[in-house]
Design a protein around this ligand. Sequence first.
Ligand code: SAM
Length: 212
Amino acid sequence: MLAHPDNQASMERYRRHAAGYDSSAERTMPLRLRTIALLDLQVGQVVLDVGAGTGLSYGPLLGAVGSTGRVLAFEQSPEMFELARQRVSRHGWQNVWHVNQPAETVQLPQVADAALFNYVHDITRTPAAVQNVLRQLKPGAPVALAGMKFFPWWTGPLNLLAWLKNRPYNAKAGDLWQPWSLLAAHLDDFRWLPTQAGMGYIGHGLFRGLPP
Ligand SMILES: C[S@@+](CC[C@H](N)C(=O)[O-])C[C@H]1O[C@@H](n2cnc3c(N)ncnc32)[C@H](O)[C@@H]1O
């Protein structure tokens, strides 16, 4: 089956970004750790890393779920996934299950207790992707997400900057007003707060379960 043009566009972007991704993402490590902390992970839990990229979140997630827990992950870009695969083998992690597949069709080996959506805008803005991921989470699962958003509308031209920063990474670059909305519709107690002077956000809530 041919990939959707947005998936294709995203994979082309990450073909170019993969080699430099880890060094460019280093400065946002505190934000990543803050987002992961919102999952309130417990030892022994199964946590899903959505659109895992090069696997930069695997270490902190494994640190939280311990040797009796498990990280499940998927990533559609072959180049990003290859770096994640190398990371796992370099560290000798036994309790990471990950595959090179898109969010729209991935099948996890078990349901997850919690899910991280860290800077995966193209996934959080794709209804079929959100639906396929959510159906593989336990009702009540904590979900945390972070990403870019537009500044408030009254800041006007500043949003050109947000769009320009988003465009090299995301196929759905303009969809930045409420990037959390598709997920938030399925979360109880959803809250979000601005980060990076208003150009980013962190959100979290508890998965309500999908209607039958
Ligand atoms: C900005 S990176 C974030 C990677 C990782 N979550 C992190 O925190 O470092 C966005 C990732 O989402 C992946 N992605 C985009 N659309 C996807 C899809 N439909 N299915 C799976 N992965 C996707 C990209 O290939 C890319 O690796």
